[in-house]
Write a protein that binds this ligand. Structure first.
Ligand SMILES: Cc1cc2nc3c(=O)[nH]c(=O)nc-3n(C[C@H](O)[C@H](O)[C@H](O)COP(=O)(O)OP(=O)(O)OC[C@H]3O[C@@H](n4cnc5c(N)ncnc54)[C@H](O)[C@@H]3O)c2cc1C
Length: 388
């Protein structure tokens, strides 16, 4: 009997994580990524203890801890008065209470580390999935370059505009949420040069709020070389037809005119380059798998980034899917997929909803249901196999 093969579509954060875990567990896993080569895309990303526990299994927790910033708190503050609306303890508290560190990093550095864990001979760049067809005992994949591949099962980790999702659920564009995100990185040297403010005024992890918008700010490197902000600002239409556009200091000044706190204004004044992104989402959907195909991450449940948990959900999905495949075996993919979906649907849907509402940590609350979660502690009953 030949060894079953698994195809992963997309080598983003979720795809690289699932493929790394599958390959570590000994599954024959091929990864198909549309990009021509790796590039250091994105900017900041929060890695809560729930996500760091998966990084531990992949074997990169220590490297991430070394490269990331370790905030002592998540602060929420009023954009005008600077009043503290919440002080969520992280640092040593997170480590002891939730079982791993809370760090912030550059998304590109995290991505590079995950991709480095993959067998390079099984990572195929320049492979944009264009068609998928279940035939007999496998799935035939077609790519835009005219090539084809075959696999026993296919994992769609191809992001918010997933081609595999289309194969499962038909063509349906993601919803524009009515919010945009401005994203900028400010070199620490620029902050040091501000005479009116001490460098310590720029806290390690702080979200500035008003009624309908916010600015989340944190370091993306452990040596505090790069400070990063990402906003959430209402904008009724997105008709640019691109995934992002250039923005400007002036646009930020206008959007945050009411944020009179000097730290926020200093950040805007120090901005050299800033881009603006539409925030896309979907409503929770019941169908996560069909036949030999299964979805994870943004392909399945894209969300506004306001909880900083989108990648965490993709990577928790990855860990649970691999656990279920290990418990049931690829040949029992139906049960494995059902096991995975049953254990992920409620949590991912709740995080989608709270992200949509943008209420996370705005006031003092207990974040244990998110940070304390351990995907490896969830029981899996392999006797579910007998249902087959
Ligand atoms: C502004 C912003 C800030 C964010 N901040 C955070 C944060 O702090 N913390 C957090 O946890 N999350 C954050 N997120 C969310 C996070 O980035 C995503 O949820 C996460 O990247 C999803 O991972 P994924 O693997 O599902 O998709 P992606 O990382 O988008 O990867 C999809 C991959 O599939 C490839 N692909 C697409 N189509 C095809 C195809 N047809 N064939 C082959 N390959 C294909 C793409 O090239 C890409 O490499 C943020 C998102 C935004 C927009």
């Amino acid at each position: 009997m030949s060894t079953p093969t698994i195809a992963v579509i997309g080598a983003g954060l979720g795809g690289a994580a699932v493929a790394a875990l599958l390959q570590k567990a000994g599954f024959d896993t091929q990864v198909y990524e549309q990009a021509e080569a790796f590039s250091r895309l994105g900017a900041g990303i929060h890695m809560g203890p729930n996500l760091m526990k998966v990084m531990r299994r992949i074997g990169v927790e220590q490297q991430l801890e070394a490269m990331g910033s370790h905030p002592s708190h998540w602060f929420s503050r009023d954009g005008a008065s600077g009043d503290y609306m919440s002080r969520i303890e992280l640092g040593d508290h997170a480590r002891s209470r939730y079982g791993a560190a809370y760090i912030t990093v550059h998304r590109g550095d995290l991505h590079a580390l995950l991709v480095d864990q993959l067998d390079s001979e099984r990572l195929h760049y320049g492979k944009r999935l264009s068609g998928v067809e279940e035939r007999g005992d496998g799935v035939e994949l077609s790519f835009v370059d005219g090539s084809k591949a075959r696999a026993d099962i296919v994992i769609g980790a191809d992001g918010v505009n997933s081609a595999l999702r289309e194969a499962l659920l038909g063509v349906e564009a993601p919803l524009y949420s009515g919010w945009v995100a401005h994203r900028a990185i400010i070199p620490a040297a620029k902050l040091e040069a501000i005479e009116e403010l001490e460098l310590s005024a720029f806290e390690d992890c702080v979200k500035w709020w008003s009624e309908d918008r916010h600015m989340m700010v944190y370091y993306v490197t452990g040596d505090r070389r790069e400070y990063y902000y990402v906003t959430g600002v209402p904008e009724p239409e997105w008709d640019h037809g691109t995934s992002f556009v250039e923005s400007s200091r002036e646009e930020l000044r206008e959007a945050f005119a009411d944020y009179t706190h000097p730290v926020v204004q200093a950040l805007i004044d120090s901005t050299e380059e800033v881009t603006k992104w539409p925030l896309l989402e979907r409503d929770p959907q019941a169908l996560w798998h069909k036949g030999r195909m299964v979805l994870l991450g943004d392909a399945c449940h894209p969300m506004k980034p306001h909880m900083a948990q989108g990648a965490a959900m993709a990577i928790e999905d990855a860990a649970m899917l691999v656990r279920c495949l290990e418990a049931f075996g690829v040949e029992h993919y139906r049960q494995a997929f059902a096991c995975y979906r049953d254990r992920r649907f409620e949590r991912a849907s709740k995080v989608q909803q709270v992200s949509h509402d943008n209420t996370w940590l705005r006031t003092q609350e207990d974040p244990a249901w998110v940070f304390g979660y351990d995907v490896y502690a969830e029981p899996i009953d392999a006797t579910e196999k007998s249902v087959a």
